[in-house]
Design a binder for this molecule. Structure first.
Ligand SMILES: *Cc1c(COP(=O)(O)O)cnc(C)c1O
Length: 360
């Protein structure tokens, strides 16, 4: 068996140490004489696991005490709809900042539940930047402002958290959570699908400021109501126990690496190596404004489209997987989440150099 360097955008590579531990515990978890997938979520051991994963996440992100942590299902996409269902009235304005395809989708899914306003958008420049805060047209009475701090498809990342006054700031951090320190207190709500930096798909981590939960309306089904889910410790129904367990292993792994500060140093070095080479190459190109380049997702193009297929075939043979760009963008994309070591990025750069020399 040979595991290759996997640049998949999501579901993405998991740390090998974590997979080995899961493998070693697969038949019997925690002395239960059964796997973690085969025990009751209401049992003592699993409840303790739930408490531990929450504690570890709180430690990692220094989540203030007045925030609830929820572990939900349905993917980030379901919560694109569920968030306005909980936090806006149908006739109320909600402000969306569009910096790519995920924020577009978030706005589209919100439309049945609130009056969606586009407060700012970089669509006219093909989502190559974050629109400067000074140009945002925010409504001071909006129920919330929604941003996507890292756009996974185009590789556009906010470098700071925007000031939006008294309106609650919501962030879809699916593809950037745990990649560097994050000031949770600047947001009223953060959410992330797990399959980029946290674990397997089918799990969504949500961090919600207490006072917001008072807004959750009584006329939606309990299963969609975040206040109900918070009151039941995310166990209104059977959670994705396997995903909780793996997320727990990932949180321990990030802690063992030195936490999010260590992740930041490593991710910065990886991004500098890859962008540095792309810019110096005169061969590959990344279209994103330098100030908005993502540390997690790096799209790049080759000088001629007909080289794409050859690049993909040869890179895969060289042990570099899943470099095909998203169909909306074309070209290549290297996703270099926490689990990608610097050596993997170095191997990619070495391959790119060699490929450029052979296909000038
Ligand atoms: C992957 C991703 C999503 C969608 O996640 P699903 O779990 O497929 O719904 C949403 N937002 C961002 C920023 C993503 O990267």
């Amino acid at each position: 068996m040979s595991r290759a360097y996997n640049f998949s955008a999501g579901p993405a590579a998991l740390p090998e140490d974590v997979l080995r531990q899961a493998q070693s515990e697969l038949l019997e978890w925690n002395g239960a004489r059964a796997s973690v997938m085969e025990v009751s979520h209401r049992g003592k051991a699993f409840i303790a696991l739930g408490q531990e994963i929450e504690r570890d996440l709180r430690d990692l992100l220094a989540i203030p005490a007045n925030y609830k942590v929820l572990f939900q299902q349905g993917g980030a996409t379901q919560h694109f709809a569920q968030i306005p269902m909980n936090f806006a009235r149908r006739d109320q304005n909600v402000d969306y900042v569009l910096t790519g395809d995920w924020s577009e989708k978030a706005a589209r899914e919100a439309a049945p539940y609130a009056n969606v306003r586009i407060a700012a958008s970089s669509a006219s420049t093909n989502y190559d930047r974050v629109p400067p805060r000074s140009g945002w047209d925010l409504d001071a009475n909006a129920a919330y402002v929604h941003v996507t701090p890292n756009e996974t498809i185009r590789g556009v990342e906010f470098q700071d958290i925007p000031e939006v006054g008294n309106v609650p700031l919501f962030g879809d951090v699916s593809s950037t959570i745990l990649s560097r320190p994050l000031d949770v207190s600047k947001y009223a709500l953060l959410y992330a699908g797990a399959q980029k930096n946290i674990g397997p798909s089918g799990l969504v981590v949500m961090i919600i400021r207490d006072d917001l939960l008072e807004r959750c309306p009584r006329d939606i089904a309990r299963i969609f109501n975040y206040a109900e889910n918070a009151a039941q410790d995310s166990m209104l129904n059977t959670p994705n126990t396997w995903a909780w367990y793996l997320a727990g292993l990932i949180f321990k792994w990030v802690k063992a690496q030195g936490g999010v500060a260590a992740m930041e140093r490593r991710n910065c070095a990886k991004a500098e190596l890859l962008y540095g080479y792309i810019d110096a190459s005169g061969y590959y190109k990344n279209p994103v404004e330098a100030s908005a380049r993502s540390w997690m997702n790096v799209p790049f193009t080759l000088p001629r489209e007909e080289l794409d297929a050859v690049f993909l075939k040869e890179s895969e043979a060289a042990g570099l997987l899943a470099l095909k760009g998203h169909k909306l963008v074309g070209g290549m994309r290297a996703s270099i989440y926490n689990a990608m070591p610097l050596e993997g990025v170095q191997a990619l750069v070495d391959f790119m150099k060699d490929f450029a020399a052979r296909n000038g």
